[in-house]
Design a protein around this ligand. Sequence first.
Ligand code: CTP
Length: 410
Amino acid sequence: MSKPRVVLGVGGGIAAYKACEVLRGLTETGHDVRVVPTEAALNFVGAATFEALSGHPVHTGVFTEVPEVRHVRVGKEADLVLVVPATADLLARAAHGRADDLLTGTLLTARCPVAFFPAMHTEMWEHPATRDNVALLRSRGLVVAEPASGRLTGADTGKGRLADPAEIVELARLLLAEPASLPRDLEGVRVLVTAGGTREPLDPVRYLGNRSSGKQGYALARVAAQRGAEVVLIAAHTAALPEPAGVELRHASTAEELRVAVHEAAPGCDVVVMAAAVADFRPATRAGYKIKKSEGQPDSAITLTRNADILAELVRKRTTGQLVVGFAAETGDERGSVLDHGRAKLARKGCDLLVVNAVGDGRAFEVEENAGWLLASDGTERPIPLGSKSQLATAVWDAVAGLVSRRARP
Ligand code: CTP
């Protein structure tokens, strides 16, 4: 199979250096990338860097290789066009259909998904001119991603920081797999997502934990934010993951801390997704000092106490119209298949949607791909084919968006 062809447009902002990381991330995962910088971008990163990392020549204008009609060919041949960083000026030129360099010409000829990843000062991002340009581009079906908040050029911080390069690569891969996966259909929807695995301490250095990496919860938060939702992500322990742009991130360690954080945030939310792997039990006592091996015997037992079932509590306490989504990690056994256990869990937990994942034998935990079923309380069941965790997140938000719009217009 030929490699997916990605055009990486680079705007003239300080974040242009991060486009090199995006380029690297894409080429290393099997994409053929053509870099099309603006003239201004070359003030920040030299053409030689883009040429060496992409393995292709780099041009900015329409007057090189004229017989090839480059400004038309590059766009027409692409499977995906990304613009990293998208400056306020570039968004304005794209919104108004300008074609005064190779990149804007390419944007006009592309018939594939186009995604802009903005980076600019907060004032520029919030300016009515930029807001209008972003709205216009989105109304045409183009993706203008939410920027992150954080440190900007100079001493200031705020919204307008470029999304993490690893996140941009992840979203690019999602758009290649599912071109229509980032509609703005969750605007005005408040969402709470939990992610990662809780840790139940035995003493100050040891704990009972689990293998959850948090990738699925982060993918859910990321995709929801990029579909326009207002997202709070409560993360327990996770692998090192890029912080999703446009998401309010909170932390919790134990099941009890997660429970408190969830109940604090949930009442204001339209949707709660419990993707965290919550410990069902915790050690009955927690030593305040490091337990010495001389205190134990080889066969000494740890006494456990049951933790509250947060999902069940959410279902009991939910406000009118609030949707509750649970996850079930199942292996299947002599009493039933993965799906049988999932159906029983949906009935037991009483949530609106249950994502059933087949786990074990290297499936679901600490891996990039997930498959399963999406079971709804109205009896609908749909399989989720093997795909990335962002694709699974897309299936969940498609279902949620359908339920939200049905509830809004009964
Ligand atoms: N969950 C929760 N609180 C717990 C345990 C689990 O909110 N104390 C949530 C998880 O976040 C997940 C769902 O419940 O959304 C299912 O978790 P799972 O461990 O599969 O279910 P259990 O109820 O623990 O069922 P069992 O161990 O019998 O399979």
